[in-house]
Design a protein around this ligand. Structure first.
Ligand code: C6P
Length: 421
């Protein structure tokens, strides 16, 4: 079973703030050994592990409630619909959205951004119009806009970043102009950990009447998000990075914008009536949820949001921040190692290169030590070009990581130097 409310209280009250050892017990996958060594999972920006409560929610759905939603009058369909819609309210609460109709279930952050590009973007942009992103974006927040620009003659503008991996504010402000139709930026960079000043970005864009999409794939798992406070127009995140299942995510959109947007895909559930002559569409969010969705995944995502809410996003953020400081201090001591991404505002991502070594080889030796990290360009090739590196090794933290995990990474890096150096 997951942690009880009483235990959550104890975790919150504890002076050290957080009992990660207790939390680890909720994640069965973490107890295994890999290559004969205890697993140290530091690839959380790629995907997080799942607590028992999430695994059981998905299993229980299939064991007890499985049925299609919004269609049947029978008991199972009623239950499935209720569970699905209850998850929508949980996502609404998690994001601080005003209405559950502002929550659209999608496959993940990638689909959420493509949805906005091909609906809102396609309607609002034409030849000469501009879409403004930043130099630290994930391919999912670059390529959908490039596709749109190819379709309608709009232009992609890119706000530069400094050597610490922070947005250069003055340059961003200069690029925000009369032709800008949309700003789309990461809340947090997946490859650097930089937290962008999203609230200020929204304020600056709104002054010119420009809407803002926030790619929250790496923000939602690590920071408390309040879309009303941020005042962003769209916010996208993936369930699997917030301890939920793969294949499910959320797009938040302001109700007024969603109502005016054309549908993304056509099919069942997104219509209110169909004839061969004319179809009228359902209202949001259903207008954007064509076909049978990942019902079990949505229900399990609801369980994941309950899980993090019970612990508290603020408590998670504070704990991860403490761990980031510890990890940065320790890892910086490794001779020949350079951290890429040293922004003042960061989440628990440490990307680094080691002199004379290819990140892939570093990752392979670490794997032999039981330490899972990601190596490569992290789906952010333009960012790698900016830092003039082909790839990095990336350790990314989550709420179940501990100082022992960081120490194991450090021991692994010493092994790397011994074996490869
Ligand atoms: N980044 C990483 O290892 P999907 O694949 O749709 O769940 O998320 C896409 C995505 C969008 N934006 C950002 C900032 C992201 O980090 C990601 C996913 C993973 O960094 C897999 S490439």
């Amino acid at each position: 079973m997951g942690i009880t409310a009483q235990e959550v209280g104890r975790i919150r009250r504890a002076d050290s703030g957080f009992d990660a050892d207790r939390i680890r017990q909720d994640f069965p996958i973490l107890t295994q050994t890999v290559h004969g060594k205890p697993l140290v999972y530091l690839d959380n920006a790629a995907t997080t592990q799942k607590p028992r409560a999430v695994i059981e929610a998905e299993q229980q759905f299939y064991l007890r409630d499985n049925s299609n939603i919004h269609r049947g009058v029978h008991e199972l369909s009623e239950r499935a619909t209720q569970a699905y819609e209850s998850a929508r309210r949980k996502a609404q609460k998690f994001l601080g959205a005003g209405h559950s109709r502002e929550i659209i279930f999608v496959r993940g952050a990638t689909e959420a951004i493509n949805l906005v590009a091909q609906t809102f973007g396609r309607e609002r942009t034409g030849p000469g119009d501009e879409i403004l992103i930043s130099a630290m974006e994930h391919h999912s927040n670059i390529v959908p806009w490039q596709i749109l620009c190819e379709q309608n003659g709009a232009r992609l503008r890119v706000a530069p970043i400094n050597d610490r991996g922070e947005l250069i504010w003055e340059e961003f402000r200069k690029l925000l102009g009369p032709r800008t139709r949309l700003v789309s930026v990461a809340h947090v960079s997946n490859a650097l950990g930089t937290v962008n000043p999203v609230k200020e970005i929204v304020q600056a864009a709104h002054r010119l009447g420009v809407p803002v999409l926030v790619d929250g794939a790496q923000g939602a798992p690590h920071l408390r998000v309040d879309v009303e406070e941020l005042n962003c127009d769209f916010y996208a995140f993936s369930g699997h990075k917030v301890y939920g299942p793969t294949g499910v995510g959320v797009l938040y959109g302001k109700a007024k914008l969603l109502e005016a947007m054309p549908p993304y895909q056509g099919g069942g559930d997104m219509i209110s009536s169909v004839t061969f002559e004319k179809t009228t569409y359902n209202s949001p969010p259903y207008k954007f949820e064509a076909g049978t969705p990942n019902i079990a995944g949505v229900v399990a995502l609801g369980a994941a949001l309950d899980y993090v809410n019970d612990i508290g996003m603020e408590a998670i953020a504070a704990y991860e921040q403490e761990l980031l400081v510890y990890a940065t201090q320790r890892i910086s001591q490794v001779p020949g190692l350079t951290i890429i991404g040293t922004a003042k505002e960061k989440t628990g991502v440490i990307s680094f290169v080691m002199e004379g070594l290819h990140p892939h080889d570093v990752g392979t030796v670490l794997d032999q030590e039981g330490v899972a990290v990601r190596t490569g360009h992290h789906c952010a090739q333009p960012l790698m070009d900016r830092f003039k590196v082909p790839a990095t090794t990336r350790a990314s933290l989550a709420l179940y990581n501990t100082r022992q995990d960081v120490d194991a990474l450090l021991a692994g890096l010493n092994k790397v130097r011994e074996v490869l150096g």
